[in-house]
Design a protein around this ligand. Structure first.
Ligand SMILES: Nc1nc2c(c(=O)[nH]1)N[C@H]1C(S)=C(S)[C@@H](COP(=O)(O)O)O[C@H]1N2
Ligand SMILES: [Mo]
Length: 193
């Protein structure tokens, strides 16, 4: 850890940059999801696939999770207060099969990323729908985005629509294009080698 308390080669900024507003959305646009039409599908290697509407999703047990947010481009925002449903809550409802080891996220803009199931079961990993007390705007990934502290933000998929448990790892959008699949901020794991 640097003296600042931030991971290596990161600098602090006050607020998370908003996609396509103060953060250039390189490959996609905010899909402006209509909550009445939004559904979250949980499928793949699970005993109990789920299809949740927005009202179903809001009925799930919720939690607050405070963490720092790190973009691979070098900026970090401290003490973000996220609110939403823990990934572990979704996993326990869906009940992963024994050989499910990875999870792929698919988003309304076509973006994908994936993580190890074990990493996602950590207490601070959230499917967030509020940030600092405000509903999550589309420019910040709303209605629902993944938050994985300790990983660069390209793992924090915005506009999530589908969560698929898999046996084999499926590399995500940036991970296929040279970014690290590990994406661990503390070991400065930015690029694949
Ligand atoms: N659906 C979706 N999620 C995404 C992306 C994307 O293009 N589409 N970009 C990722 C990248 S590269 C970054 S840096 C962060 C940006 O989050 P922010 O706009 O809230 O800063 O979202 C990640 N999640
Ligand atoms: Mo990014």
């Amino acid at each position: 850890m640097e003296e600042s308390g931030l991971p290596p080669d990161q600098h602090e900024i006050p607020k998370i940059l908003r996609w396509n507003i103060d953060h250039p959305g390189i490959v996609s646009k905010n899909p402006n999801i209509d909550l009445k039409r939004w559904t979250l599908t949980v499928d793949g290697e699970v005993e109990n696939p789920l299809k949740l509407s927005w009202t179903d999703f809001l009925r799930l047990p919720s939690a607050e999770s405070k963490s720092d947010f790190h973009c691979v481009e070098g900026w970090s925002v401290r003490n973000c207060i996220w609110y939403g449903v823990k990934f572990s809550t979704i996993a326990s409802r869906a009940t992963p099969k024994e050989h499910a080891r990875y999870v792929s996220f698919r988003c309304a803009d076509g973006y994908t990323t994936s993580l190890n199931l074990e990493e996602l079961l950590k207490d601070k990993v959230l499917l967030a729908y509020k940030l600092n007390g405000e509903p999550l705007d589309g420019s910040l990934g709303g209605p629902v985005r993944l938050v994985v502290p300790d990983k660069y933000a390209y793992k924090s998929a915005m506009w999530i629509e589908r969560i698929s448990f898999t046996k084999e790892k499926e590399l995500g959008f940036w991970e296929k294009r040279g970014y690290s699949d590990y994406a661990d901020v503390w070991s400065n794991s930015r690029f694949s080698r």
